[in-house]
Design a protein around this ligand. Structure first.
Ligand SMILES: Nc1ncnc2c1ncn2[C@@H]1O[C@H](COP(=O)(O)OP(=O)(O)OP(=O)(O)O)[C@@H](O)[C@H]1O
Ligand SMILES: [Mg+2]
Length: 418
């Protein structure tokens, strides 16, 4: 049986299809290109995927032509090619090359495990890093960061959430602060601060620090936690000129491992905010659109233009893209939405010349309730936070917020062209 035909054959023909391949225990990678694509241009990329995943065979098609390659030490060798018009006549030959029985030796084939590989899961598209930032406090940065991470991971993205705020609210929100006593604090010595250090222990790099979001969301994602001690340690970093660039450099080392990195930032212009935005490709500025938040916009713009983009230039990276101001904690009151909200929106573009996101996150108690959920164990009330999508599956009053987050995630994916 030629498994890929039955499972994946339609995908090369659909422009919008997200699935481009399958890995059978890293044996076979299938890559589907748009019919207008010339396959010759993609062989080098296919070779990279095969090397990266230690796979032996690669199938590439644009829906008109189909080729099968085998990876050797010094490159790819073409084993087979045909036009898809002749596919029926070639099935037997293809089966011999990459049919399930032939692809695996007897001792390997005791598992039928199939991993679907999405087009952005094998490095075809670069990791995108988004900073959720406004130096105005309480505008919803953390609420947006943790729930976006949840929605993206539900959509099949490989997500890393980084908490760089010493208040550690994202760390709490995803359920990593469950300890009741200081002596049980397992985050004190292993947290995001370690990424700012120059030493080269395992825990100074992303993989050595990652925790799982576990019960926060049905689909887990990776989290680098923060800690209150970030505040006192900040003075150690001030003298070290390049420490603000280390986060960007260390994230670059894992760019094949994640699709989306979300950074929850502190409400300040400090070195942690600087490092976050320097490491980010995109900036989303949550705002309740009220005068106080608006009056902070010019300094956000100056910070980006004068500090962040200069840092990025030093790293030979393009300037950060301001994806937009995201209306957050917006009242659901009908009068407000009809008369005040449209005016507030227009001020952002007219007065501050900033792009506005089309999505909005309304003010709803479900969004604070889901993070503040607890369970009782004996005499203790243990935090048991849930993402809004998880919470909505238990409590229908949360579904409007879950939908808003889904819309926001879709808007972001479109804007990042993912
Ligand atoms: N859309 C919303 N609806 C209702 N409550 C919200 C909403 N967004 C945030 N909140 C609540 O507002 C408070 C501040 O939100 P959050 O912590 O997300 O803001 P922040 O910008 O991260 O704050 P800080 O600047 O202190 O880090 C929290 O109590 C949170 O539960
Ligand atoms: Mg916060």
């Amino acid at each position: 049986m030629v498994v890929f035909v039955s499972i994946f054959w339609p995908s090369p023909l659909k422009k919008s299809s997200k699935i481009i391949g399958a890995v059978y225990r890293s044996e076979l990678i299938i890559e589907a290109k748009h019919p207008k694509e010339n396959l010759d241009k993609h062989i080098y990329q296919l070779e990279r995927y095969l090397s990266h995943l230690s796979a032996k065979h690669g199938l590439i098609t644009n829906g008109k032509e189909l080729r099968i390659y085998r990876r050797l030490i010094n490159g790819l060798v073409l084993l087979f090619s045909c036009t898809t018009k002749n596919l029926d006549d070639s099935i037997e030959q293809i089966d011999k090359l990459i049919g399930k029985e032939n692809l695996f030796s007897a001792e390997q084939s005791n598992s039928d495990c199939i991993h679907i590989v999405y087009d952005n899961q094998i490095g075809a598209r670069k990791m995108k890093t988004i900073a959720i930032y406004h130096h105005k406090g309480g505008v919803g940065k953390t609420t947006i960061s943790v729930n976006l991470a949840a929605v993206f991971s539900k959509k099949g993205k490989r997500v890393l959430l980084i908490d760089i705020d010493a208040q550690a609210n994202s760390t709490f929100a995803v359920g990593l602060i469950k300890f009741q006593f200081e002596e049980d604090d397992d985050l004190r010595d292993r947290n995001v601060y370690n990424l700012f250090e120059k030493t080269r222990y395992e825990y100074n790099f992303v993989p050595g620090l990652v925790k799982k979001s576990h019960y926060f969301n049905q689909t887990e994602f990776d989290v680098i936690p923060s800690h209150i001690t970030l505040i006192e340690k900040q003075s150690d970093l001030l003298g070290a000129g390049s420490s603000g660039l280390r986060l960007a450099r260390k994230l670059a080392l894992v760019e094949d491992q994640y699709d989306i990195v979300i950074i929850d930032t502190p409400p300040s212009l400090d070195i942690y905010a600087q490092a976050s935005l320097t490491a980010a490709d995109y900036l989303i500025i949550p705002s309740d659109l009220k005068p106080f938040s608006n009056q902070g916009m010019p300094s956000v713009i100056r910070f980006v233009e004068q500090v962040i983009n200069e840092n990025k230039e030093g790293l030979q990276k393009p300037p950060i893209k301001i994806m937009g101001v995201l209306p957050s904690k917006i009242s659901t009151n009908h009068q407000y939405l009809t008369h005040v909200y449209p005016k507030y929106r227009s001020i952002i573009s007219d007065r501050y010349n900033l792009p506005l996101m089309s999505s909005k996150i309304s003010e709803r108690s479900a969004l604070s309730n889901c993070i503040n959920k607890t369970i009782t164990v004996g005499n203790l009330n243990i935090p048991d936070p849930k993402s809004i999508i998880e919470y909505a599956s238990e409590d229908s009053s949360a579904s409007s917020s879950a939908i808003e987050f889904d819309n926001l995630a879709n808007e972001i994916l479109i804007k990042m062209e993912v």
